[in-house]
Write a protein that binds this ligand. Structure first.
Ligand SMILES: NC(=O)c1ccc[n+]([C@@H]2O[C@H](COP(=O)([O-])OP(=O)(O)OC[C@H]3O[C@@H](n4cnc5c(N)ncnc54)[C@H](OP(=O)(O)O)[C@@H]3O)[C@@H](O)[C@H]2O)c1
Length: 240
């Protein structure tokens, strides 16, 4: 069966995708910051002993990313899904008062860290795992983006920290697709839909299970045709 490595697998969309693919027989390397607090993920690993492995990974720790790459250097990883991401560093749950990031209220330190987590860490992880990905059968790298990364669809402004990181993810994955095409590696950014998680509004239309089911279909059918495209959870494309 194929192997997935997914970041931020302890909650939200990452948890939904890790669980579904484990249930579908995939081998799953699930990363999270605090395995000791990731009860649901540990239960998943226990239920699928030998097929789900939990790794501690803080995405602000680039040396830690490198060490994970070294630990897995002999593995084959069919799909790397850079799922983990943040809207800001200050709080876990969505709070409009803290999150708006409009003109006049940007914060350079927060913005820099959000960029590190959402953009630089996915690149460093892809670099660290490139050989395990290249020797796998499917050879796919996906990074979570957002509708908020679309320049065409930006009609409201605000959320500068978050929007710019997701626009950067789009540009990065497009470039990665071009650079890694000669090695047969498929790369694309993926918008998971507007999903009811800690990050998003309670009124978002999709449940975690609905989004994860769509993402799993995209993952299981991903190939060169999707490379360099701005994909959505339901297999459709977003306008850049
Ligand atoms: N929900 C939506 O509607 C929506 C829409 C568009 C795009 N997205 C994107 O989809 C992805 C998943 O979002 P979500 O809604 O599932 O978010 P979430 O529920 O807030 O979960 C975020 C995940 O990222 C992890 N994470 C955050 N900072 C990290 C760091 N420094 N190092 C390692 N892990 C870190 C969190 O771990 P901890 O538990 O340790 O904090 C958690 O597992 C994100 O990239 C997000 O931008 C979501």
């Amino acid at each position: 069966m194929p192997t997935l490595l997914i970041t931020g697998a302890n909650r939200g969309i990452g948890w939904g995708v890790a669980r579904l693919l484990a249930e579908r027989g995939w081998h799953v390397h699930a990363t999270c910051r605090r395995p000791d607090r990731a009860e649901a993920l540990q239960a998943l690993a226990a239920a699928h002993a030998g097929r789900v492995t939990v790794h501690a990974l803080e995405l602000l720790d680039f040396a830690g990313i490198k060490r994970l790459g070294q630990r897995l250097e002999a593995a084959a990883i069919d799909v790397l899904f850079n799922n983990a991401g943040v809207m800001n560093m200050a709080q876990r749950r969505y709070d409009p008062a803290l999150t708006i990031q409009d003109f006049g209220h940007t914060d350079a330190e927060d913005w820099t860290k959000v960029f590190q987590v959402n953009v630089i860490a996915p690149m460093k992880l892809a670099e660290a795992l490139i050989e395990p990905i290249a020797r796998s059968e499917r050879k796919v790298i996906i990074t979570a983006t957002s509708v908020m990364g679309s320049i065409r669809l930006n009609k409201t402004g605000r959320w500068h920290h978050y929007r710019t990181t997701k626009a950067a993810v789009n540009q990065m994955m497009r470039g990665m697709a071009v650079e890694l095409r000669p090695r047969g590696i498929t790369c694309f950014p993926l918008h998971p839909g507007s999903v009811r998680t800690d990050m998003n509004f309670a009124r978002a239309p999709l449940s975690i299970d609905e989004s994860a089911a769509g993402i799993v279909r995209v993952i299981e059918t991903a190939g060169p045709e999707q490379s360099g495209r701005y994909m959505m959870w339901n297999g459709e494309e977003m306008p850049w």
